[in-house]
Design a binder for this molecule. Structure first.
Ligand code: SF4
Length: 389
């Protein structure tokens, strides 16, 4: 009698939706079946996305690196007053966006630590000196500055309330929050999130659900290699799929691999191997289905691009010609031309895309003023109207 893992694999090959039990059964597939798993995942991707991969030309704006959390793997956050602690000034935001636009960027990624106002008593005064009443008011100001420079904002500002998302929605074409992992175990003493109240999975799931209720095109994903097991990865993907089934708003899922960084509590932790990353991407494709946009950051697996394509991704996420990946500063973006050569060698086109996917470019999901901006947007000299997306 066929085992449950092979039954699930056959269902996926027939493009049948997998039940949660099927998803968990896939974790029983032996490592020797990795090629078969990838073949099914790649065929599922091809059924919907064909032979096309995308990326988003972006500027990464680290609005502030103050954060109230202390994740064991993070080098982004700083304590107030510590060397390297910053809050971008309005003129710096303008300059970065202007230069990025000249270089062909379209996305302005607003990235900041979680609840920086709780990390630093002086932060509110800094914001007031920039004419903002609080963190989210300042992010809104940053979004307006980016829009004035012709960029489309995508904000990832940690866990936000419904009111905060409502405020930012008209100024963003999409927003994001990594789920990372649904297991509360990672918040236990000695685990990666034990000093990070905003990494409590219930809070993050609630925000992603509220984003759906607000019709915000949303980016989320899982972070692998931070102490979770494979069943917990699958549980996280299943949870994200359920939220998407409820609200239809999750525009893309990222599978991100942990990279160990010096001077962090996890400096000596073992990074996920290439096979592990490839297997997780393939599982994600099968669990999330053919329609989902599935992304793996190319700078975090610089030697595995071919294999990630073969595991079923259809997107590389944001790549910047100007700004580094401030969350993974050691990991340079690949040159787009080099990435394109790899894609083409595997039989795929590589196209730039907007920070909102075509299926969400509608009045249901995007503010009318932002829709107008999207209509008139250009990649270099080529107009990218809604109809052509
Ligand atoms: S990973 Fe994000 S939430 Fe965690 S400490 Fe770093 S900036 Fe804060």
């Amino acid at each position: 009698m066929p085992d449950p893992a092979n039954i699930a694999l056959r269902k996926a090959a027939a493009l049948e939706p997998l039940a949660a039990d099927d998803a968990y059964a896939l974790t029983q597939l032996p490592a020797t079946e990795l090629d078969t798993l990838c073949e099914v995942a790649a065929a599922m991707r091809d059924a919907r996305h064909r032979r096309r991969l995308t990326y988003s030309p972006k500027v990464f704006l680290p609005v502030t690196n103050l954060c109230r959390d202390h994740c064991d793997y993070c080098t982004f956050r700083r304590n107030p007053g510590e060397p390297g602690a910053w809050t971008m000034r309005p003129q710096e935001i303008v300059d970065c966006c202007r230069r990025g636009r000249e270089l062909g960027c379209i996305e302005a990624l607003m990235c900041l630590g979680d609840k920086p106002e709780l990390a630093s008593r002086g932060f509110t005064e800094v914001l007031e000196s920039h004419g903002a009443t609080g963190t989210i008011d300042y992010v809104a100001q940053a979004c307006r500055l980016a829009i004035a420079e012709g960029l489309l904002p995508h904000t990832n500002a940690g866990v936000l309330s419904r009111e905060e998302m409502t405020l930012l929605r008209p100024l963003n074409v999409s927003m994001g929050l990594m789920l990372e992992n649904v297991s509360p175990r990672l918040g236990d003493r000695g685990m990666a999130h034990h000093r990070s109240p905003d990494k409590e999975p219930g809070l993050r799931l609630a925000m992603i659900r509220q984003a759906g209720e607000l019709h915000i095109p949303f980016t989320s994903g899982i972070l692998i290699g931070i102490g979770e097991n494979e069943a917990e990865r699958v549980a996280s993907l299943v949870a994200l799929r359920r939220l998407h089934e409820e609200h239809g708003h999750i525009q893309e899922i990222i599978v991100q691999n942990f990279r160990a960084k010096e001077a962090t509590a996890m400096a000596g932790a073992v990074e996920p191997g290439e096979d592990e990353m490839v297997r997780t991407v393939a599982l994600a494709r099968l669990i999330l289905g053919a329609d989902m946009n599935l992304q793996a950051p190319p700078n975090l697996s610089p030697n595995a691009h071919r294999r990630l394509i073969g595991a079923g991704i259809n997107d590389w996420g944001g790549i910047s010609p100007l700004t580094m990946d401030y969350v993974n500063p050691e990991a340079a973006w690949p040159a787009v031309d080099t990435l394109r050569e790899t894609c083409e060698a595997e039989g795929f086109e590589l196209d730039a895309r907007l920070p909102v996917y075509p299926e969400y470019v509608s009045e249901e999901f995007v503010d009318p003023a932002m829709l107008e901006m999207i209509e008139g947007h250009t990649f270099g000299r080529t107009s990218v109207g809604v109809a052509a997306l």
